[in-house]
Ligand binder design. Structure first.
Ligand code: AP5
Ligand code: MG
Length: 220
């Protein structure tokens, strides 16, 4: 049986930051829908051109496109034991589609850590975020600074600020999250899978809480 972990939380909650550590510890690939879209934008693919129009406005890419992209990704060989999902599902339709996909892959969602952070903190986190060009490692100028300004500690690649981290786009992303993604909190709560984590704590403390939750579920 393949195992899937779904990370839930608003923009800037720390999903990507935590996913990098948890995926290593659990030996599951980190699948970030946002990172796949950004990779497509960088490579100027048709998918990238389409996604960009939505991402620049802080809107969600349509469900059919996103679901097809994730379906393709989850059937690749590196996902043979399951995956750690970051940023997908993000709408009730995507959550239903994931359930269907997992039936055909003989897999199941084993836990849904939900990283909760107040809105004011999210804005500060996104305004100070620096992301690595090569593989999406994230830093923060105040909360998690790189050893050398402008350079990723892990692979030495350039750090950049995401186009959608501009103040007005961030506000829109948070609204879109409230409208379209928060129903998933109830969806996974009803399924008995949701585990809330206090994302206001320092990065290492959040990691420790998440690992404790996963261990408690006997998932590692
Ligand atoms: P996506 O890339 O998924 O962005 P997001 O969900 O908005 O989340 P972020 O990546 O901004 O935040 P994060 O939670 O990963 O936080 P991070 O760890 O970086 O999606 C982007 C866009 O793509 C969407 O708007 C949409 O258009 C499209 N898209 C993606 N998936 C889609 C889908 N399924 N359907 C449709 N469209 C989709 O941390 C943030 C900052 O905080 C960093 O600087 C970090 O260093 C710092 N930080 C982290 N943890 C802490 C802490 N505990 N204390 C202090 N600082 C911290
Ligand atoms: Mg992220």
């Amino acid at each position: 049986m393949r195992k899937y972990i779904v990370l839930l939380g608003p923009p800037g909650a720390g999903k990507g930051t935590q996913a990098k550590v948890i995926s290593e510890k659990m030996n599951l690939p980190h699948i970030s829908s946002g990172d796949i879209f950004r990779e497509n934008i960088k490579n100027q693919t048709e998918l990238g051109k389409l996604a960009r129009g939505y991402m620049d406005k802080g809107e969600l890419v349509p469900d059919d496109v996103t679901i097809a992209m994730i379906k393709d990704r989850l059937t690749r060989p590196d996902c043979s034991a399951g995956a750690l999902l970051d940023g997908f599902p993000r709408t009730p339709a995507q959550a239903e589609a994931l359930s269907d996909m997992l039936k055909s892959l003989d897999g199941r969602v084993i836990a849904v850590p939900y990283i909760s952070v107040p809105e004011a903190d999210l804005i500060e986190r996104l305004a100070g975020r620096w992301t690595c060009r090569a593989s999406g490692h994230v830093f923060h100028q105040k909360f998690n600074p790189p050893q050398k300004a402008g350079q990723c500690d892990f692979d030495g690649s350039e750090l950049y600020q995401r186009d959608d981290d501009k103040a007005e786009t961030v506000t829109r992303r948070i609204r879109v999250y409230m409208e379209q993604t928060t129903p998933l909190v109830e969806f996974y709560q009803a399924a008995g899978l949701l585990r809330e984590v206090d994302g206001r704590n320092p990065i290492e403390a959040v990691t420790a809480s998440m690992l404790a939750i996963l261990a408690e579920n006997k998932t590692i």
